[in-house]
Write a protein that binds this ligand. Structure first.
Ligand SMILES: [Zn+2]
Length: 180
């Protein structure tokens, strides 16, 4: 695995020494002077698979970098101290003004998330969600638009993240599509 952070962290954040080296096998940086250790971890993120009564998938257009202008599933990062279930409901409320009635975890995929000069690592948790009322839908937060697309017509090349492409592919091949 390539950690771009190798090029970002030049000094130990604890003692300031320059001898702060990546140990790729351990996925961690260690300071040669004070022995401070910093582990690289994946951040948790949630993604929502929402279909309407005609089996069209709700996808959003990204309003910000990374992958601005590309398609995405609604969702976002889980805050520190927050349950993934609560992050899912919060993100869908923030981005689309929709209330999720029921949801279940379908699958997970890791992702690379370049932001600023850093490459972050995420674990994307994909939930199949039921929304009964789409009448109040509107976009906000980091979403610039939305579309309902028939599952068989979805062009994965229009999506910005590899994990999301895999989630949609997995969803198309799964029996949970029967969830209405
Ligand atoms: Zn140090």
């Amino acid at each position: 695995m390539i950690y771009s952070a190798e090029n970002i962290f030049k000094y130990c954040p604890k003692c300031g020494e320059q001898n702060f080296l990546l140990l790729p096998k351990e996925g961690a940086f260690r300071c040669g002077a004070c022995k401070f250790c910093y582990y690289l971890n994946a951040a948790a993120a949630v993604a929502a698979l929402i279909v309407d009564e005609n089996k069209n998938l709700l996808v959003v257009e990204r309003g910000r970098e990374p992958a601005k202008g590309m398609l995405d599933l609604p969702g976002g990062f889980v805050d520190i101290g927050e349950r993934a279930e609560d992050a899912l409901q919060r993100e869908i409320r923030e981005e689309l003004n929709l209330e999720i009635k029921q949801f279940s975890l379908l699958t997970t995929f890791p992702n690379d998330y370049p932001y600023g000069d850093m490459l972050y690592f995420t674990l994307d948790l994909a939930f199949v969600c039921q929304v009964r009322d789409f009448s109040k839908i509107r976009t906000a937060d980091d979403v610039s638009g939305y579309q309902f697309i028939p599952l068989h017509e979805i062009d994965l090349d229009l999506f910005g993240f590899e994990s999301v492409k895999k989630i949609i592919e997995y969803f198309k091949n799964s029996s949970t599509l029967q969830v209405s």
